[in-house]
Design a protein around this ligand. Structure first.
Ligand code: GDP
Ligand code: MG
Length: 440
């Protein structure tokens, strides 16, 4: 990923006083390569690289950041900017019912997203929702929406498939008015590829319904193809937003850049599972981090530089690099570092998703950190560097010393083992170790 690519660049740029045309050449090439790997479309990559170059040149290297880190900061900021800076929420401020029209290819996730949106607007915004399907070509598609609606307890308008899509839509709109629905969500038919009949049909639907939101639903896994689809829909319809589905898959998020770029419309949501609750607001900054391959790299580095004992970080990095020798002393040192960096909760937001999940799984929080530290303090130096020595009798002694139960000592040893595994995992990728090293 981009971070791995850039870590080499960081090293090369180290010692340079500022970013210049010549010393960022390699870095820019890595950015281009990484974005292509992340499935960003070529024209978008080119334009983006040019923007990064412009922003990076004349960028003063501030404070403790070395030019490599400063460069990553520029990339992160430009990525965020390209994707729109902030989350754009749905706009439903109109005389009810507010109509939401879904557009997109078959299989993009329109019907699923209809259900997710209905649930979200119902649960979080207490809206009264009506769902209707205009997919008259596939009765199964209408059934799919009906089933979803029933499951979620959302009102469903039964379509008469002998009618034209816009007549069904009008009937649903009329029904929604009479029954005081706040929102009408209109599912539509999609084709496997863009064709004129489909575009004409959805344009007619749009003209009939005058929706306040016209959402283009696109599968993030389609990568490069997403660009062409987005362009076609963007030209046919005045889109108000984009839903990027299947972001839980292998997608590296590149489609987010491309789709935003070609349509100029904001990505409002991402789909993160098949389940009805698998819809999240889109946050450009987080997506930039995802494309970069990790959490909020720059602010993590900044905080690290402010608070962390560089000598310790370097030692830890070495051990992690080797993938062994990580002992309870290091485990404890991590808590100390964490506290300096604002505690676990502050850190969790910024860690790469995988690592932050691992931390969550190991149930380390700010309160338990203090207890864990107390327990380790009750151990002898020998026990700390050779945790495998800690058997029943020693456990009892340590527990008594720290004023906890043996159970807590066992918990700590389990957490230690998990962390050790995690460290090995990351040291294999080299990512975390490199990151710790770059802090030092
Ligand atoms: P439509 O043809 O555009 O209506 O697409 P569907 O809503 O029927 O979705 C096609 C397939 O994609 C279904 O199997 C969905 O369960 C799946 N799907 C939709 N959105 C997501 C998502 O965000 N994540 C995952 N993993 N699957 C999704
Ligand atoms: Mg469908």
């Amino acid at each position: 990923n981009l971070t791995q690519r850039l870590s080499g660049v960081i090293k090369n740029l180290r010692g340079q006083a500022r970013l210049t045309e010549s010393n960022i050449q390699d870095a820019l090439r890595e950015v281009r390569m990484a974005l292509l790997e992340a499935d960003v479309a070529l024209p978008v990559v080119k334009e983006f690289a040019a923007q990064v170059k412009e922003a990076a040149l004349g960028h003063e290297v501030i404070g403790n950041l070395n030019p490599g880190q400063a460069f990553i900061g520029v990339v992160h900021r430009e990525l965020t900017r390209l994707m729109g800076e902030h989350n754009d929420a749905l706009n439903l401020t109109t005389t009810p019912p507010a109509v939401i029209l879904m557009a997109g290819l078959q299989g993009a996730g329109k019907t699923t997203t209809c259900g997710k949106l209905a649930k979200l607007l119902h649960d979080q915004h207490k809206k009264k929702i009506l769902l209707v399907s205009c997919d008259i070509y596939r009765p199964a598609a209408i059934e799919q929406l009906r089933t979803l609606a029933t499951q979620l307890g959302i009102d469903f308008f039964a379509s008469d498939i002998s009618q034209k899509p816009q007549d069904i839509a009008l009937a649903a709109l009329d029904f929604a008015r009479k029954h005081h629905h706040d929102v009408l969500i209109v599912d539509t038919a999609g084709r496997l590829a863009i064709d004129e009949a489909m575009m004409a049909e959805i344009q007619q639907l749009h003209a009939t319904l005058k929706p306040i939101e016209t959402l283009f639903v696109v599968d993030a896994m389609t990568g490069q193809d997403a660009v062409n689809t987005a362009r076609a829909f963007g030209e046919a319809l005045p889109l108000t937003g984009i839903v990027l589905t299947k972001m839980d898959g292998d997608s590296r998020g590149g489609a987010a850049l491309s789709v935003r770029h070609v349509t100029g419309r904001p990505i409002k949501f991402i789909g993160v599972s098949e389940k009805p609750n698998g819809l999240e607001a889109f946050h450009p900054e987080r997506m930039a981090s995802r494309i970069l391959g990790m959490g909020d790299v720059l602010s993590l580095l900044e905080e690290a530089q402010r608070g962390v004992d560089h000598g310790e970080a370097e030692k830890l990095a070495k051990k992690m690099q080797a993938g062994k020798g990580f002992d309870l002393n290091d485990f404890k040192m991590q808590f100390v570092q964490m506290r300096k960096m604002g505690g676990m909760s502050a850190l969790m937001d910024k860690l790469p998703a995988q690592l932050s999940q691992a931390a969550a799984d190991s149930k380390v929080d700010d309160k338990s950190i203090n207890r864990l530290e107390g327990i380790i303090n009750s151990m002898t130096p020998q026990e700390r560097s050779h945790p495998e020595l800690i058997k029943a009798q020693r456990k009892k002694r340590i527990a008594d010393g720290a004023g906890v139960k043996v159970m807590h000592v066992n918990q700590l040893l389990n957490q230690f083992e998990q962390t050790q595994k995690m460290m090995k995992m990351f040291s294999k990728g080299g990512g975390m170790a490199k990151m710790m090293r770059s802090m030092a």
